[in-house]
Write a protein of this length. Structure first.
Length: 271
């Protein structure tokens, strides 16, 4: 396991924030009629304009700057020429390398109104991310994060927690130890120590947890064709309280200011 110094964590915060800024920039442009390929182009330009590199491009042969996963696509969706329509939900997952350090996080948006049930899936998934982050403190174990996410999504709300894909350590590499599953037993797995940076990323299905991969070798979809939601934050393990390096507040501000996007503010907080 690689633990980061305070100086390294500050550099990683800059990388994570560049991803947040990229997602914020894109949030302002989302509307029905645009293609996910046009979004991906803007993402590449924005990252390069900020002296960074889109880290997903060519990673294990991945052919785009970003992953854009629409509706039943869980993760690793290819940007394409199909136009977004009202009622679509899309997860935009972005990775950068800035000054040698990776940032990697994701946010799910709703174009127009996808309906109450889908908005609830979005809200519960985001809440589960924060419940996992609460457990990312010194002395806990990976299983405490995993359990908190599974508890909120699967046991309390009946959603499917994807088993095939997991969160991960983050640093000079996109994927470092440890793996961070979104399901598991409290008190199990590696111990969390000061300076461990994790990408925590619940991938939650409205229906069954089962997924399959398209012939393109990347696109992961739900077996039942129902929607899936994915939120991801970059987090540093600390004593007492985790330090969230990425920033949803600027994305949420842009989301609320864009009349084409449906947000969760009208819903009651769920326990
Ligand atoms: N957030 C994803 C991950 O952590 C993105 C990787 S996609 C790839 O694995 F294109 F880079 F492979
Ligand atoms: Co990730």
């Amino acid at each position: 396991m690689i633990y980061k110094t305070d100086e390294q964590v500050e550099l990683m915060r800059q990388s994570a924030l560049l991803v947040s800024k990229t997602l914020t920039e894109i949030a302002g442009t989302l509307k029905p009629g645009i293609t996910t390929l046009s979004i991906d182009k803007k993402i590449g330009e924005f990252i390069r304009d900020h002296q960074a590199i889109p880290s997903f491009l060519n990673y294990n042969g991945y052919p785009f700057n970003s992953c854009i996963s629409v509706n039943d696509v869980v993760v690793h969706g290819f940007p394409g020429v199909k136009e977004l329509i009202e009622g679509d939900i899309l997860t935009i997952d972005v990775g950068v390398i800035l000054n040698g350090w990776h940032g990697d996080h994701a946010y799910t948006f709703a174009i127009g109104d996808p309906g109450k049930e889908v908005m609830r899936l979005i809200q519960v998934t985001k809440e589960s991310l924060y419940k996992g982050i609460e457990k990312a403190i010194v002395g806990n174990r990976i299983g405490d994060i995993a359990f908190a996410i599974q508890e909120h999504t699967e046991r309390k709300n009946g959603y499917g927690v994807v088993r095939e894909l997991v969160g991960h350590g983050l640093g000079k590499n996109l994927h470092e130890d440890p793996q961070v599953p979104n399901y598991g037993k409290r008190g199990s797995g590696p111990k969390l120590k000061e300076g461990l940076v994790l990408a925590i990323e619940p991938m939650i299905n409205m229906g069954t947890r089962d997924v399959y991969t398209d012939d393109d070798g990347w696109t992961v979809r739900t077996n039942d064709g129902k929607p899936s939601v994915h939120f991801e934050h970059d987090v540093c393990v600390r004593k007492g309280k985790a330090d969230i390096l990425s920033d949803y507040s600027i994305i949420e501000k842009a989301e609320k200011a864009n009349p084409n996007l449906f947000t969760q503010q009208i819903l009651q907080p769920l326990n």
